[in-house]
Design a protein around this ligand. Structure first.
Ligand code: ADP
Ligand code: ADP
Ligand code: MG
Length: 689
């Protein structure tokens, strides 16, 4: 076994690898970019070496510098994590040349599986089922059109060199094919430097089911069962689970053996994943759903969602990787690998699901996790690479953390996931935590009716949802404000029933903004310490004791720290809420309340009645960068007349492309940047008049 390894990655996966290495007594070396000098993964390792600038190409992709760092620190092996250099055969080869072990498959296996089209030809020979399609070398557009017509619509055009959900176009009918092909080729050229595509039949009601495989240098190869990753947005995974609902023993064996055949065909060593697309068809005769699987691609690395496999098999896949890389045989044989219970992983990302999943950057002002284990099996496991106070920068992936639950049954795992998400608080930037809860609550997911269109199908219950009403939000923020005032004055607010009443007031005004509208809440003090909240206007309170008046009492929540959680009881209903105040704009007082309850979370703004009314927001409209990123292209030139909504430019940030549309009709006066330029959030891209 190695004494020391270098981890050529960042974020949660670098921390994940370091945790197992530490447990095995192996020393670890981190590498870091300018943006990551104080990152969690640097602290998690025994040593750390700076390898360059913030952009991946200036640091985490600079393999010469990384190999130098390994040699300088005496590391014997390099773990590439996922992303970055993990599927780069030149890097794997360079490691070998430098006398370092690459913790992954042989370079030849990476290369064989690197291009989707070529790997499909290999798989065809190995007898692995493929989606009907065209994966030839001839890229003549007319030939491609004929092939698509032959396959039958809908078809999917894929960049052969593609990955991460990029470079794919679904085409519904023959007339649309040529345009989709051109745009797919353009994206493929820009993103992967290779415009070759393949065409596949678009599988109906598709499920993404993948098999974890493992090979060793002695020629053994096993499968560690499946993961279902059907819940996706933009062809990227959101929730992953094991086992796959509806999986039968027979199908598992068939898919497992097909995956092992795929791995064996390229002499695979180490951890890999064979991804299958599964077609679901109702079988009228049996009343069941028939599942037909087809090879999609093989990822020659550890996968983001490996913890669900660890949960149900009880194994540590990083430990297996280290053992295999140091020449040991696989610790178990196929018949010794067993499944226990059900595990689900949720990817917590810095993004705004209600705004087309636009990635978000910013400061993690509050980052509270449920009670959990980290980087090892547990009922609730929370793997991350950030800490409260860290900044999510635009340079890397938007994934903040992975929440993994493990229960005896799927139902139990769902309940655990919902509970753990309700205890997860992210303040300071948008996150998908509430969205994930909505997915968990959706009928399709709860009933395990899975396919890759689950998110669009359930859109009505997933987007723009408000699970905490205005009454609860208002009561929570008022209670929190009173509590803060009392605590500041050195009183214990819970010692005396009337302590909440600071001055001799009988009622007090709270202007609030909720869901984009302003309201005025009036708090009335009763002589017995009881309080009532009514809605009125700035001039005066609504009728006290009115039918919809909110009588409430405030008490500390027993199981939570006083000062953080408050029980608000009104009309016989008790809600425990936690409120975190945040400045709505930098340098301004904290007036934005994030209200967290078991039912969900919401935001409500406490308007300072003394502040001047603010003018309308600067009407820069869509001409500014919504986030820091890179200009990909301009769709217009100076002098062009444009219509509102027309695409002006395309930006790329955090692995996604974003379209900048014209906010109004006008004429393009000036382009302020060029394609390839890195720009800051809020920067004006062009002038329109
Ligand atoms: P998976 O099938 O495991 O979801 P993808 O093919 O979507 O993998 O991408 C591989 C993983 O590599 C991503 O999930 C992402 O987390 C990681 N990754 C890709 N690019 C970057 C990057 N620039 N920075 C950090 N991580 C990245
Ligand atoms: P990537 O390298 O970007 O991960 P994949 O080939 O693995 O690309 O496909 C990503 C996702 O696209 C799949 O998980 C699935 O949701 C969808 N997909 C891929 N191929 C098909 C197909 N033939 N029919 C329907 N959906 C597909
Ligand atoms: Mg894939």
């Amino acid at each position: 076994m190695f004494n020391k390894i270098l981890i050529a990655n960042r974020g949660e996966i670098a921390c994940r690898v370091a945790a197992t290495a530490q447990r095995m007594g192996i020393q670890t070396v981190a590498v870091y970019s300018d943006a990551d000098a104080n990152a969690k993964h640097v602290a998690a390792c025994d040593e750390a070496i700076h390898v360059g600038g913030a952009a991946p190409k200036d640091s985490y992709l600079r393999w010469e510098a990384i190999i130098e760092a390994a040699k300088a620190t005496g590391a014997q092996a390099i773990h590439p994590g996922y992303g970055f250099l993990s599927e780069n055969e030149a890097f794997a080869e360079a490691c070998a040349k430098a006398g370092l072990v690459f913790i992954g498959p042989p370079a030849s296996a990476i290369q064989a599986m690197g291009l989707k089209a070529e790997s499909k030809q290999l798989m065809e020979k190995a007898g692995v089922p493929l989606v009907p399609g065209y994966h030839g070398a001839d890229q003549n557009p007319e030939l491609l059109q004929r092939e698509a017509d032959r396959i039958g619509y809908p078809v999917l055009i894929k960049a052969s060199a593609g990955g991460g959900g990029k470079g794919m176009r679904a085409v519904e009918k023959s007339e649309d094919f040529a345009a989709a092909l051109a745009s797919c080729q353009r994206e493929a050229q820009n993103s992967f430097g290779d415009q070759a595509v393949l065409i596949e039949k678009y599988v109906q009601r598709p499920r993404h089911i993948e098999i974890q495989v493992f090979g060793d240098t002695q020629g053994n190869c096993v499968y560690l069962m499946e993961r279902d990753c059907s819940v996706q947005r933009r062809h990227q995974k959101v929730l992953e689970e094991a086992p796959a609902p509806g999986m039968t023993e027979a199908l598992r064996k068939q898919m497992g053996e097909a995956a092992v055949a795929a791995a064996r065909a390229v002499n695979y060593v180490g951890a890999g994943t064979v991804e299958f697309i599964v077609e679901q068809r109702d079988n009228q005769a049996t009343g069941q759903v028939d599942m037909n699987f087809f090879f999609m691609e093989m990822n020659t690395r550890l996968q983001v969602e490996h913890p669900v496999t660890e949960a149900v098999t009880g194994l540590d896949l990083v430990e297996w990787q280290l053992r295999v890389a140091s020449g040991e045989p696989l610790p178990l044989q196929q018949d010794q690998i067993k499944l226990t219970g059900h595990a689900i992983e949720a990817r917590i990302c810095a993004e705004n699901p209600d705004n087309n999943f636009l990635p978000a950057t910013g400061h993690l002002q509050v980052y509270k996790k449920p009670s959990h284990t980290a980087f090892e099996r547990g009922t609730v496991r929370f793997d991350d690479g950030v800490r409260q106070g860290d900044t999510i920068s635009p340079y890397y992936d938007s994934m903040v953390a992975k929440l993994i639950v493990h229960g005896d049954t799927r139902e139990q795992a769902l309940a655990l996931l919902d509970q753990a998400l309700s205890q997860t608080q992210v303040v300071g930037l948008s996150s998908n935590v509430q969205f994930l809860r909505h997915v968990v609550h959706s009928r399709s997911f709860a009933e395990a009716r899975l396919d890759t269109a689950l998110i669009p199908r359930e859109a009505d219950v997933l987007f723009n949802q408000e699970r905490v009403g205005m009454n609860v939000a208002a009561a929570a923020v008022v209670a929190h404000t009173l509590h803060q005032e009392q605590s500041k004055q050195g009183h214990d607010p819970f010692s005396k029933s009337d302590a909440w009443q600071s001055h001799a007031e009988t009622s007090r005004r709270f202007p609030l903004e909720f869901a984009g509208e302003t309201h005025t809440a009036w708090l009335h003090y009763g002589h017995d310490g009881a309080m009532q909240l009514t809605w009125g206007d700035a001039a005066g309170p609504g009728a006290k004791g009115a039918h919809d008046a909110l009588s409430f009492t405030v008490a500390p929540a027993a199981d939570l720290q006083v000062g953080h959680a408050l029980n608000v009881t009104w009309q016989g209903q008790r809600v425990t809420s936690e409120v975190v105040m945040q400045a709505g704009k930098p340098g301004q007082p904290a007036d934005l309340a994030h209200v967290f309850t078991a039912q969900g979370a919401t935001r409500i703004r406490l308007i300072n009645p003394l502040a001047h009314a603010e003018g309308a927001q600067d009407e820069k409209g869509g001409l500014t960068a919504p986030m820091p990123g890179k200009v990909v292209s301009f769709a217009v030139k100076v002098g062009d007349k444009v219509k509102a909504g027309q695409t002006l430019a395309v930006m790329e940030a955090m692995k996604m492309e974003h379209t900048i549309a014209a906010p109004k009709d006008g004429e393009v006066k000036e382009l302020l940047y060029a394609p390839g330029d890195q720009i800051a959030e809020g920067a004006e891209l062009l002038k329109l008049a």
